[in-house]
Design a protein around this ligand. Structure first.
Ligand SMILES: Nc1ncnc2c1ncn2[C@@H]1O[C@H](COP(=O)(O)OP(=O)(O)OP(=O)(O)O)[C@@H](O)[C@H]1O
Length: 485
């Protein structure tokens, strides 16, 4: 049993009906204060103050001076029973007893999931805080420093080539990376589990993720914070994309957010070095992309969905469009639930891909699906955003440069899609995000290490993973004893 403390559920999968009348009701109106932060007493970045993810204004954080702080983004992780079971106060004795049982179960589950062996001297697990398809994450304390950390366990990481490759990718990206918008790795260690090696990645603890911030309130996210999050996402991606590393699984739950509003990109299990100019896939790889988890469906770029012979860092830019749209509308923009459903969703919303994109599709089934699907009128992005948006949102009414930015991100043809540098130079981004000086470069070492990962056999993956964990463990131990962590 895994304990999910963060509640996930908010996606409608209804097909969007484009209603031109809706658009007419909301004539675009210029808004001139996007760069300025919300004023004091204005509502918090995540909306109202009344629901279970209630924000608390904190005037001590960097964001809080005259702005209202983003302390809000750290909704209390409610006890499992209280958050997920609708237990009313009418039976307090029973409720208390029940919660005690649940607490006991949670504790046992935590002890079972996080048997740290030697590392138990260094870290003390406190509670499970998240889990995905491949990892379980707990909050823990580093006993020597009292620092709170997050420990991600990849169970039986050596059991299959997919798991071993995912784990090695994550280790290799995070080990030498140093960027304020990418999660920080503090330590790595491994234990021997019943089905192979369990690998543990220790990271700085982040309070929340963007998924919960988007859906944690009835009201839309404030546009100031939407733009702040977008800006940080773009800067983290710039660091990766300049080194030709694509994340390939960007989605709101993989964007962690701290109480001071810092956003960090996490979960690098799908990250890949992509040589934009040449890489072709063979037919076997085609089938692989058809079936494997490469980018969660609603954020999956057409080149992955249609299994086109090439893909590059452009897949992340498509996901940026989906995430930006989701922050604005508080709805998944393209909420497909199967590969076919996702393709139909794209065709319904965005019309057919250009013929040269269709011509590149080698999978006959996908080609036929697209060709047989009735040609729908291309929707305008402002209509799509209007229809999806809940409540009144100024960005949806936005400038034409906002809509142009979205359009550029949702180009079917990856070569025409806006790149990270073009995005950062786009008039919309220049208008809403403070320019930053040149940033540090991703070390060449990361690129070199990542290039190797894709061609290794299962046995090589296991050996190299063991070597990497051993050498990282030694480095972190030395740093810890030298007081550098
Ligand atoms: N450093 C951290 N601090 C706080 N929470 C974290 C941290 N790292 C991960 N989490 C939480 O744990 C969840 C699962 O982590 P992660 O996405 O890395 O696992 P995964 O199994 O690789 O996920 P996926 O199914 O998306 O591939 C995240 O969505 C996030 O909410």
């Amino acid at each position: 049993m895994h304990v999910f403390l963060w509640h996930d559920s908010n996606s409608s999968s209804s097909t969007v009906l484009i209603n031109m009348q809706v658009k007419n009701l909301f004539q675009a109106k210029e808004k001139d204060h996007i760069m300025s932060p919300p004023q004091e007493n204005q509502r918090s970045p995540i909306g109202g103050y009344h629901n279970r993810y209630s924000p608390q204004v904190n005037n001590n954080t960097p964001y809080s001076k005259n702005k209202g702080s983003i302390e809000a983004v750290a909704p209390a992780r409610k006890p499992f029973g209280e958050a997920n079971l609708n237990i009313q106060g009418s039976m307090p004795a029973k409720k208390e007893g029940f919660n005690r049982v649940l607490d006991g179960l949670k504790k046992r589950q935590l002890q079972h999931d996080f048997k740290l062996e030697r590392a138990a001297e260094t870290y003390e697990p406190i509670q499970n805080i998240g889990s995905g398809a491949f990892g379980i994450v707990c909050e823990a304390v580093e006993t020597s420093s009292d620092d709170k950390v997050a420990i991600k366990k990849v169970a039986h990481a050596s059991a299959t080539p997919t798991l071993a490759r995912r784990t090695l990718r994550e280790i290799r990206v995070l080990r030498y990376i140093d960027h304020p918008n990418i999660v920080t790795l503090r330590d790595i260690f491994r234990t021997q589990g019943p089905l192979g090696i369990d690998v543990f990645l220790v990271m700085d603890l982040m309070q929340n993720n963007l998924h919960h911030i988007i859906y944690g309130n009835e009201e839309p996210l404030d546009e100031y914070y939407i733009n702040q999050f977008l800006g940080q996402l773009l800067r983290g991606l710039e660091y990766l994309h300049v080194a030709s590393i694509a994340h390939r699984d960007l989605k709101p739950s993989n964007l962690l957010v701290n109480q001071d509003g810092t956003l960090r990109i996490a979960d690098f299990g799908m990250a890949k070095f992509t040589d934009n100019s040449s890489k072709k896939h063979d037919d076997e790889e085609h089938c692989y992309y058809m079936t494997q988890h490469v980018a969660t469906l609603p954020y999956r770029a057409p080149e992955l969905l249609f299994v086109l012979p090439e893909h590059s860092t452009a897949v992340d830019m498509w996901a940026v469009g989906c995430i930006f749209g989701e922050m604005v509308t508080r709805n998944e923009l393209l909420p497909g639930r199967s590969v076919q459903g996702q393709i139909k969703m794209l065709l319904t919303m965005l019309g057919h891909p250009p013929q040269h994109v269709i011509d590149e599709i080698r999978c006959e089934r996908t080609k036929k699906l697209i060709q047989d699907y009735g040609r729908k009128a291309d929707a305008e992005w402002d209509d799509i955003m209007f229809c999806k948006a809940r409540g009144d949102n100024q960005i949806v009414r936005g400038h034409c440069d906002t809509i142009d930015f979205v359009k550029q991100l949702f180009q079917y043809d990856a070569t025409k899609r806006i790149s990270i540098q073009e995005a950062l130079a786009h008039p919309y981004i220049r208008r809403v995000i403070e320019p930053q000086g040149s940033q540090k470069k991703c070390p060449f070492r990361v690129k070199k290490d990542m290039m190797q990962v894709e061609d290794l056999s299962h046995q090589e993956l296991i050996e190299i993973m063991k070597q990497d964990v051993r050498s990282a463990e030694n480095t972190y131990n030395e740093m810890r004893s030298g007081g550098k962590i």
